[in-house]
Design a protein around this ligand. Structure first.
Ligand code: PGA
Length: 251
């Protein structure tokens, strides 16, 4: 039985003070909420240590939005897995479409990062998804297949079992356009089938596959009730404690 994971990707929002405020509001909301899923927030690097400190005895766990694959060295502005662990991070988002498109990250780089995260004991939230042009061109499955195969290249089944996958159609991110529950379920089922062929049915059945792309309280329930949708990676709607909590309730 897979336990759903609802993760909030704060992106480049909230300075330190704003982060403290949002986290305390979230704690208040969750104090009166029955939580039946795992909850993760991924603030910017500058708020990570404060987040893990404030959430010490809470159900909410903390993740980063990116990392580099080297331990240390002359890599100006990069952050290592060890640095994330040292401030109490448990998860790290890797391969987000904004990293791929705006910062030029490719499958090979993402693969190295996933391997490093796993070797360090961080749980990667590995993001994949097609653009609008790819969907309209009928190559969604092909794109997903390439991203999955290249992203997971050289990763053993034992290590694979620790990974969380987030399917985020690029055309649905921050656009207000959500994949319909049926559209999302179709791709999630395809991904699970792909994972079965790459690893095993047991490994694929155990993998949490989140959906992301304009998830809001209004659409979360239906999305999260699909057979192969095991949680959500939430952007915009996680910046308000109330709407993030409503989504958590749907899980
Ligand atoms: P959105 O972002 O919920 O604002 O569409 C999701 C994401 O990018 O992870």
């Amino acid at each position: 039985m897979r336990k759903k994971i609802v993760a909030g990707n704060w992106k480049m929002f909230n300075n330190l003070n704003e982060s403290v405020t949002l986290i305390s509001e979230l704690k208040q909301e969750l104090a009166n909420t029955e939580v039946n899923c795992k909850v993760v927030i991924c603030p910017p690097f500058t708020s990570l240590e404060t987040a893990t400190t404030l959430l010490k005895d809470s159900v909410v766990e903390v993740g980063a939005q990116n990392m580099f694959y080297e331990d240390n060295g002359a890599y100006t502005a990069e952050i290592s897995a060890g640095m994330l662990l040292s401030v109490g991070c448990k998860y790290v988002i890797l391969g987000h479409s904004e990293r791929r498109t705006i910062f030029g990250e490719n499958d090979e780089l993402i693969n190295k990062k996933i391997k490093k995260a796993l070797a360090s004991g961080l749980i990667p939230i590995f993001c994949i998804g097609e653009t609008l042009a790819e969907r309209e061109g009928g190559v969604t499955e092909k794109v997903i297949e390439t991203q999955v195969k290249k992203g997971l290249e050289g990763i053993s089944e034992e290590d694979f079992k620790k990974i969380v996958i987030a399917y985020e159609p690029v055309w649905a991110i921050g656009t207000g356009k959500t994949a319909t529950p049926a559209q999302a379920q179709e791709v999630h089922a395809y991904i699970r089938g792909l994972l079965t062929s790459l690893y095993s049915k047991e490994a694929a059945d155990g993998t949490v596959i989140q959906y992301g792309g304009s998830v809001k309280p209004e659409n979360a329930k239906e999305l999260l009730s699909q057979a192969d949708i095991d949680g959500a990676l939430v952007g915009g709607a996680c910046l308000k404690a109330k709407s993030f909590t409503e989504i958590i309730k749907c899980a």
